[in-house]
Write a protein that binds this ligand. Structure first.
Ligand code: GLU
Length: 487
């Protein structure tokens, strides 16, 4: 069997859209699942869409996500160059276009904008407007063409698609698709600026780079029959097509920049972890037979099977992604978590306290890193709170009982030398035992006094350990004062 070769062919136009990341991931997985090669090709023939610095974003994103290419602009294994503008500079695309002109499968077209705009729009069976070029310039004689070229008239080269009959192509996900040829435009192969169109360059490059499986978004599905006409005109083998389903936002609209989380970098900035994003994106259009959800990249390589891809649109569900991210944070090695969490902690807590301990408290209690902020704000200062917060039915306590407990506890805590979580817990447990109190009856008032919050990461003693003796006592005294005023 031929070695599988897939490619990721981004255009350097900005941040990496989630759809592109998924295309890259699936192309990577299809190759790696079979021990094949994954190739990076830069498609920069649309000079108007080129964005400075976008190439760096592509490299960086692929490195961070672990989608390491075997070949690409920085790793030429004999199929290069891997950047289309460089390939064009070698005259490669024009050479192939001219070959088609020679064969009668393509032709020079000199029509200007005005003429093209005046072409009648016809309506296809499904009601959509389609404009197909009327082959006007196909009628030019060889001499007329030569004369126009010599006179420096602007030209393009178009594919010559027969008007009669149909074209059928096979896609692994969408099955066999047949279209009437009269709906296929004589698409431009070489533009008036001398650059090839994507439609032409992708076929030439996929063939020359011996790509076996073409993985891309389903926006290219409609053009696939035209690509087949090109393969046939050259007599080249047609690759396996794998078109990935559309990704939509929660409102079932195409996922776009507007929703604010459409690119890999957006998600990282919002506090998502790279591995979780990759894992989540893998499930946008593919589902393993056992419905398992958590996969490392290596596990995806093992499990991924494109025959289980779906053709229905995949909804990008941020709630699910957040859940998944939380799972990754929980399972993460502590040192790595701390490194990521620290800036968020230091942004909120400027007092001198052990940020590592705070990180340990929040690690299993957040979904995305920015959740840290509102979880730990009380370490900096106790927020305004109502004494009603001391009431807890299950713990059988209320402001009055809380005041009693805190007053009793103050001298004990003042005498406590060791302010570690364990030592404090032992002291409080002993105190509760002596008094015949339930442990919650003691802990609830303290936690409320030291945090001013109903929900905190960690219990009373864990919080006191982080705050230290002085600050903890200060807060408990303030609690006593507050409760006394209200009593
Ligand atoms: N350059 C195209 C894009 O960025 C690639 C399409 C393909 O994979 O063939 O959308």
């Amino acid at each position: 069997m031929k070695k599988i070769r897939t490619r990721f062919a981004p255009s350097p136009t900005g941040r990496m859209h989630v759809g592109n990341l998924r295309t890259a991931l699936y192309a990577y997985l299809i190759a790696k699942h079979e021990g094949g090669d994954f190739i990076l090709r830069v498609e920069d023939t649309d000079q108007e869409r080129f964005v400075e610095g976008a190439l760096d974003i592509i490299y960086r994103t692929m490195e961070k996500t672990g989608l390491i290419h075997d070949e690409g602009p920085d790793k030429d294994k004999g199929y290069g160059p891997y950047v289309q503008s460089e390939r064009n500079a070698q005259g490669l695309y024009l050479k192939y276009a001219k070959q088609l002109v020679e064969q009668g499968d393509a032709y020079y077209c000199f029509c200007d904008k005005e003429r093209l705009n005046s072409l009648r729009t016809s309506v296809s069976e499904d009601g959509t407007d389609i404009v197909v070029y009327d082959k006007h310039c196909l009628g030019l004689s060889k001499e007329e063409v030569e004369a126009n070229l010599a006179a420096g008239k602007p030209w393009v080269i178009r594919l010559n698609i027969p008007r009669e009959g149909t074209t059928t192509f096979h896609d692994e996900i969408y099955g066999d698709i047949t279209v009437p040829n009269n709906e296929l435009d004589d698409m431009i192969l070489i533009k008036s600026d001398g650059f090839p169109t994507y439609n032409f360059a992708n076929v030439i490059d996929d063939h020359l780079m011996e790509i076996t499986h073409v993985v891309r978004g389903n926006e290219y599905l409609a053009s696939a029959p035209k690509y087949n006409r090109l393969y046939e005109a050259f007599g080249w083998e047609i690759p396996v097509y794998v078109h990935c389903p559309l990704i939509t936002d929660e409102n079932h609209k195409k996922l776009s920049k507007r929703c604010g989380h459409a690119s890999y970098e957006d998600l990282i900035e919002q506090g998502f972890v790279s591995e979780a994003v990759v894992n989540y994106v893998a499930l946008l259009g593919w589902c393993p037979t056992d419905n398992r959800e958590i996969f490392s990249l290596e596990e995806l390589v093992e499990a991924f099977d494109y025959t289980h891809m779906s053709k229905s649109p995949a909804v990008f569900d941020t709630v699910k992604l957040k859940w998944m991210n939380g799972e990754y944070l929980k399972a993460m090695d502590f040192d790595r978590f701390y490194e990521m969490a620290r800036p968020y902690i230091e942004e909120v807590v400027t007092r001198d306290c052990d940020t590592k301990k705070i990180a340990a408290l929040v690690k299993t209690r957040i979904e995305i890193l920015p959740d840290i902020r509102e979880q730990i704000d009380f370490f900096e200062a106790v927020p305004e709170y109502d004494v009603a917060m001391y009431t807890h039915k299950k713990m059988k306590t209320d402001p009055q009982k809380a005041l009693e407990v805190l007053k009793e506890l103050l001298p004990i805590l003042e005498n406590q030398g060791n302010f570690s979580n364990d030592a404090l817990f032992e002291t409080l447990k002993a105190f509760a035992g002596e008094k015949g109190y339930k442990i919650g009856y003691v802990m609830w008032p303290i936690r409320t006094a030291v945090s001013g919050k109903q929900n905190t990461p960690g219990g009373a003693t864990e919080i006191m350990e982080v705050l230290g003796k002085e600050e903890s006592l200060k807060r408990i005294r303030a609690g006593v004062e507050k409760l006394s005023e209200q009593a």
